[in-house]
Structure formats: structure tokens, C-alpha cells
Design a protein around this ligand. Sequence first.
Ligand SMILES: OC[C@H]1O[C@H](O[C@H]2O[C@H](CO)[C@@H](O)[C@H](O)[C@H]2O)[C@H](O)[C@@H](O)[C@@H]1O
Length: 596
Amino acid sequence: MPSRIEDYALLGDCETAALVSKAGSIDWLCWPRFDSSACFAALLGNDDHGCWRIAPVDGQFVQRAYRPGTLILDTEFSTATGRVRITDFMPLRDEHSHLIRLVEGLEGEVEMELLLRLRFDMGLTVPWVRQLPEADGIHAVAGPDMVVLRTPIELDGVDLSTVARFKVSAGQVVPFTLSYGPSHLDVPPGIDVNHALAHCEQEWRQWSDRCLHVGPFAETVKRSLITLKALTYAPTGAIIAAATTSLPEALGGVRNWDYRFCWLRDATLTVMTLLRAGYVEEAAAWRSWLVRAVAGTADQIQIMYGIAGERMLDEKEIPWLPGYANSAPVRIGNQAATQLQLDTYGELMDALYQARRGGLAADDDAWSLQCNLLERLERIWQQPDEGIWEVRGGAQQFTSSKMMAWVAVDRCIKTAEQFDMKGPVEHWKQLRDQMHADVCAQGFNAELNSFVQVYGGDQLDASLLGLALVGFLPPDDPRIIGTVAAVEKYLLQDGLVLRYRTAESRDGLPPGEGAFLACSFWLADNWVLQGRMEEASALYEHLLSLRNDLGLLSEEYDPVGKQMLGNFPQAFSHMSIVFTAYGLTGDGPMVGERAS
Ligand SMILES: OC[C@H]1O[C@H](O[C@H]2O[C@H](CO)[C@@H](O)[C@H](O)[C@H]2O)[C@H](O)[C@@H](O)[C@@H]1O
């Protein structure tokens, strides 16, 4: 049985990620890439689907923390006979990928046990395990994958698993290095763990120290930025939506999706967040990734890609995994890749515009891409689409999709005018006016005094909180005041904002899910724009209180069961933490900038 979602910590090397629980168990690791098959998939089943546990025989979790400014985790346990610390980290990748665990005696003597159950292919395949030639560990192979465990401790093979028992005394450190390599190549060489630790610490600190000042929220923001950086695939610059697949949006439900891909929406918002915090290099890498990923005809643009720009992300179910808390099916791949989501154009153009404003050197390829995309958008913007929430019940005329189409045109006009780029600006201005008038005429419900989810509809949708944030209408426009009030009335539940009422909207799935956390941050952002600072601060503090002990947030939260839901950690939630902090500190609020 896996732990609660909030009991996991994130480890990573900017190419893949692992989740380790408070019980010392690594229950999730896809190797060698974020989107590879997991070799530890206990998160979506049980120990038999793969895990690596190191913990005291009769011990208790005491505390854990990341070393400041890093992704290096220290977890402390105590027993009747002493105390021990496990330091878990993944060195930023060189030629090979390593996951290192250092067991250090702090007090007395502690008896420890190790269980290593490698199951390649998402918990399915039992590898062939042999001793390393120098008898300093084991070597596991199945199909294309090879994993090597090196340690001075004696290992035994029992019931298709590797086990060990050992004692650590105060001052003693016992190292374990798990390394990945393709099975057709030589065994990855061992590494100097002390050097790897020092180097890893230094690299993370140097990166996180560059973060621009955010006053009282400096540590909060830094932790979210580190999380966003850890969700970045360094070789290509892509940014994944979350480190996991199929953590459920309702326990026992079917809303279980694979987030280990690069959504243009999530990634562009993450890039804007990183830019706001001063990380221009990451924005440049993402822009290059983007231009490569969408290269070709504008008609074939997708709303998401694989981390190297792959387009075929076919969704399939994994029947041998029972799912987190029996939430089946477990899915890999994501059919949303084939959907039409018009908002993506707006997010993309906004990010490219903000990148220029943030000092990123002009890129001709990016501008010609933007012009081509705008031509396509002009042809299709009146079509129904699947919208920001990627509904599976058929395309509809979503108001927020049209609003973001307006953003796309608006940002291209601004780019042309402010950066002297060539384009049919006068024509674009007419198109922008046409879109604005269309949204105001068809997306506003006078009876509710609010914009509504779909044209002519009567349901609320949290994506409408974007209207003021993107500058579609000023925050003090009566229609915006009315919409924010309606969201408060119809979508606020137990202090958190729902994205929409699943029972009353047509999303093609059985009703019921947690509160999608980014939406509550958007409400706080609107309150900031309306000058309701006390309410905004209170909501922000409440949202921060939902993070786990390490500052991590998943996609959704169940305020009744008081637990995290959905994929973890999620970029959307973490970028929202950063955005709102900048707004609240009044330190050049990003939302204000976006509204300019
Ligand atoms: O709930 C239905 C949809 O859920 C996922 O989409 C959500 O996550 C995306 C990535 O963070 C985000 O971009 C989107 O706005 C969210 O609604 C899932 O990926 C979809 O396949 C699914 O239909």
C-alpha cells in the first residue's frame, strides 16, 4: 500500500524524477527519462510493482528536510537504540544517471533493512540479477534496461528481491548507489559519492541563489522554483506538467492521467514564472524546444508533446497496476494530445511576448512561427474546442478559449509594435476587436451578471478568472467584478475554488474531483488586482498551508478528506505559488504586467 501523496518527497536529476516516502521507500522512478517506464511503480500498486526501501528495523520517522536551496533530502529516523539519517539525492546528470542513498549513524547503533525490488516495464518485468564481478553489488538486466546497485554491504537474493540487514553506529556512513545504463552497454562505472554530494549541493545552490527577491516569500518561492527546475528536461529544455502518471483526481475514480509530457499551456506559464524570477536561460532553452517541437505546418500544431518533441503520445491502460488507492485505470500516454485547445495559442504568444520583454534576444524563427500560428488561429477560432480543462465529452464553445484567442492576437500586435516586427497589424487589430466583441456578446450571462463557461451557458468556470489577469477587461469592470463574485458564490467550496461543477458540466467523465489548486491562486490574483489584499493574503496563506512538510503541492486537494489528490508535484500548482507571491509583494506583480 503506497503512502499518502503528501508523504512523498521529490528527487531528480533534471532528466527524470523519483518519489521517496517518509517510510524510506522509493516508490516511483522512471528511468532513464521522465516518460520512460517506471522500474519502481509501487506508487500505483504495492511493493510487488517495484520499490527500494531502506529503513530501521524497528524505527520511527522523526523529520525530513531538503538541504537549503537544493533537492538533496535528509530524512531522520529514531529507534530504541539510536538515530540515523538517510540522505537521498540524484547528481545532476553526467554520462549516467545515479540515485544515491547515504545512511549515516547519528546516535547509538541502529539496525537497518534494505529491500530492492526492481520491476521494469511499469511494475511488470522481473529482471535477471547477478553479482557484480568485484562482488561490490548487483547488476539487474531485462530488455533494454540495466540497473546496478553498488554498496559495501552484503546483499542477498530472496523471493525475486534483493535484501540486506546491516548496522550503523554514530559517525559511520554506509553508501548505496543505484545507477542506470542501457543493457547493451558496459556496466556504468561507480562514482565517488562524497564528491557527487558536494557537487550536487553546490550546483543546486548556485542555481537557486539566482532567484530574484520576493520579500517575505523568498523561501517559499525558491522551493517552488527548484521544483519547476526539477520538472525540466535539461537536454531539450522541455518542461513536464508533473512527475507522475495516474495519481487520481478522486480516490477510487477514473480521472487518472499521464502528466509526464510537455503541455504548451503548462510549460509556457512555467516559463513566464521562471522569467519573472530571473531565469532567462531556461526560457531561452524552452523557446528553442518549442520552435523545434512545433516545426512544420501550423495546421499540425499539437497542444502537448513528448519531452524531445515527440507527437505520438497514444494513451493506453496498464491492466496489471491496480492504481493508487485502487484508482483504475492507470494510463500511460495522453489522448489529449490530439485535442483542439484554442487557449494554447494565447499562452504561447503571451510567453513569447513576455520573453522578449524579459530581455530574451529576438528569434526570427519564433516570430515567423507566431505569424503562421496566427493565420491558422484566424481560420479556426470560431470552432468549438476541448478547452483548457481538456474535456472528454466533446468540443464546445468555451468562453475562456475565445478569450485566450484574443490574447494571442493582442500579444502579436504588441510584439510587432514594441519590437518593430513585421506583420499585418491593422488587420490583426480588426480581428482582435471582433474576438473581444464576440466574447462579450456570447460569453456573458446578464442574469448571472457573470461570464460563463460556454457561449449561451449558465455554468461558472474558474478559467474565467483569467479575464482580468490577461488584460481582457480591467479588474474594476462591472462584468469582471460580477464574474469574480459569481465564482466566489458558485465555485468556492470549503475555502478552495473548483474548476467547474463536474456534475453540471459536460466533461464526459463521472462527476467528482478535488479542488484544482491553481484556480484558488487565480482567485487570490484577482483579489490583488481588485485591491482586496487582506483576503488575497489569507487565501494565499491557506494555500501554502496545504503544501506538505517539504513545500510540495499536487494538482488538486480534497478539503473534506484533507489530502492531496492528482499528479505530484505539479508544475501548475508551483508556478501559481510563485506568481501570486510576486503579486502580493507588489514587487512588479506579474499579473499587473500581463494585464498591460
Ligand atoms: O481532467 C481531465 C483532463 O485532465 C488532465 O488535464 C489537466 O492537466 C493538464 C496538465 O497539467 C492541464 O494542462 C489541463 O488544463 C488540466 O485539465 C489530462 O491531461 C487530460 O487528458 C484530461 O482530459
